[in-house]
Design a protein around this ligand. Structure first.
Ligand SMILES: Cc1cc2nc3c(=O)[nH]c(=O)nc-3n(C[C@H](O)[C@H](O)[C@H](O)COP(=O)(O)OP(=O)(O)OC[C@H]3O[C@@H](n4cnc5c(N)ncnc54)[C@H](O)[C@@H]3O)c2cc1C
Length: 242
């Protein structure tokens, strides 16, 4: 195991061990669920994207947003040391932007950057489109390989009380290209709702022809985010049915 400061607000943890002998190859962009504990000792699960996996070395690379001590996963990534053990389950299904699309419209915040990076690296070389990435500081920009026709826009928003504000402001300003797009968007809860309105309601994209997800919710733990997500989906279904 290793644990390094990757950028200002991100740590890279490489997990190793014989337990990874059965981990399937080519799962970059999928996710694992890590078992952690709260301060009071309650077990919780948290999702992290498979940034890379080397089956021969049995090394699983995960990139963690370090958003402070307020959260078992964030807290753990600050203190994890060689020799520590953690239980990881998965991988869960990878959701990559469709290679059959004419162009891609990717968007996300720092929590989605590992998945966005895998997406960009795996797109066909002649793909066109945009990737909007909101980061909390200029020091969080990463060097990521992307097809030359995909413009990667780094958006800095250092106001942690308004996560994704710059991202959702920029979304409608991006020029809509000819042909069939594949939108891929993952970020904070409210930003995901904005993106759903933008891609589905304004541009008429069918939910099966895009990936939209919320990865966390401001002021709520992962458990609270999941409850809010279920309520929101129910309300959205009712709105669509009426
Ligand atoms: C499929 C999937 C893949 C994911 N991949 C990654 C990944 O590769 N890297 C990654 O860092 N995250 C990733 N996430 C998001 C991560 O699971 C959540 O951010 C999770 O809530 C972190 O848990 P925690 O224990 O640190 O905080 P929690 O206990 O869930 O929350 C505690 C507090 O921290 C705040 N908080 C949580 N996340 C953030 C954040 N990102 N920025 C600022 N404040 C936050 C909450 O609003 C809350 O107030 C992914 C989520 C999903 C669903």
């Amino acid at each position: 195991m290793s644990n390094e400061q990757l950028t200002s607000h991100m740590r890279r943890i490489v997990l190793t061990g014989d337990a990874l002998a059965d981990f399937p190859p080519d799962q970059q962009g999928g996710y694992v669920k890590l078992r952690l504990t709260t301060d009071s000792g309650d077990p919780v699960m948290r999702s992290y994207t498979v940034r890379a996996f080397d089956p021969e070395r049995r090394e699983l690379v995960l990139d963690f947003v370090d958003h402070g001590d307020d959260g078992p996963a964030s807290k753990w990534c600050r203190v994890a040391r060689v020799g520590d053990r953690i239980t990881a389950m998965g991988p869960g299904e990878k959701k990559l932007a469709g290679p059959d699309a004419d162009w891609v419209f990717l968007g996300g915040d720092l929590s989605a950057l590992p998945a966005l990076a895998v997406n960009l690296e795996q797109l066909p070389a002649d793909m066109r489109g945009y990737a909007l990435v909101e980061v909390p500081s200029a020091d969080d920009v990463q060097d990521i390989a992307a097809p030359s026709g995909v413009e990667v826009r780094w958006l800095v928003n250092d106001d942690e009380t308004k996560p994704c504000a710059v991202l959702i402001e920029e979304l409608p300003l991006v020029g809509w290209l000819e042909g069939t797009p594949y939108p891929w968007f993952a970020a904070e809860f409210d930003a995901m709702r904005f993106a759903r309105g933008f891609f589905r309601d304004e541009h008429g994209i069918n939910r099966r022809e895009m990936y939209l997800s919320c990865y966390w919710k401001l002021g709520d733990s992962d458990e609270g985010m999941k409850r809010a997500k279920r309520r929101d989906m129910e309300l959205d279904r009712m709105k669509l049915a009426s």
